[in-house]
Design a protein. Sequence first.
Length: 285
Amino acid sequence: MKAQKLDGKATAATIKSELAVRVEALKAQGINPGLGTVLVGDDPGSHSYVRGKHRDCAEVGIASIQRELPDTATQEEVEAVVRELNEDPTCTGYIVQLPLPRGLDANRVLELMDPDKDADGLHPTNLGRLVLGQDAPLPCTPRGIVELLHRYDIPLNGADVCVIGRGVTVGRPIGLLLTRRTENATVTLCHTGTKDLTRHALEADIIVAAAGVAGLVSADIVKPGAVVLDVGITRTEQGLVGDVHPEVLEKAAWVAPMPGGVGPMTRAMLLTNVVEAAERQLASR
Ligand SMILES: Nc1nc2c(c(=O)[nH]1)N[C@@H](CN(C=O)c1ccc(C(=O)N[C@@H](CCC(=O)O)C(=O)O)cc1)CN2
């Protein structure tokens, strides 16, 4: 079997053209959506992701607000930028690029954000709203995964999903999205303390690999015909490597590859969160 591709790049392009129409409509009614980014330090991956986010904004007509601080920035300096963006009327929503350099407290920074401007859905209030089933901006990668599965008509109702990785941007929130009544999947969250990853993965209809361990998901832990989404990225001297071993393409029915699968969807969902925040602004006028 040669797996079919869950093409996040193509799907994100479609979503961006849909968003461009909504941005035009907002502008016609006097609302100019703007995305802010707070980037601290010089991690090359983070710089590249933030550049990508602003390229996307330009494509759909969203204004860009960029704040950069050196890796010597103090907690107070980062928090001052967050306070400034909370007050900036041109900033509809913003993100703090993670991870922050060592020594900075990301949770304190996230907590200081105005939850209504949280374009990443990572503010504790918004994660709490997600737990309670209330309306809130959703974390971008989990939202991107669910959107990609829906757009390819991958059945979720009753599906067994094995999530590998318990990080706050993917592993933990994806379970909350997939177990909503609208998705209705059963989710097992595996992590470094899991005794028998093979057993859980082999039982799964869908595997979300978000551990950040290159090649962790080998073909022998994938059920024939499963759907596998590669979310992990490891930077090596040979280039970027995902969590899913290429041999999985021979076993799975569908694969969201890295690159070109979940990553572009993450970016498209960030834009979606900003557009939705602007639409809420319009509705509350
Ligand atoms: N504040 C946040 N920080 C981080 C998030 C996040 O959602 N919010 N997620 C990741 C990084 N990330 C976005 O910020 C991100 C990662 C990867 C991609 C992507 O498009 N990847 C490409 C491959 C990489 C490349 O070409 O350089 C792909 O999969 O095709 C987009 C966004 C951690 N931090």
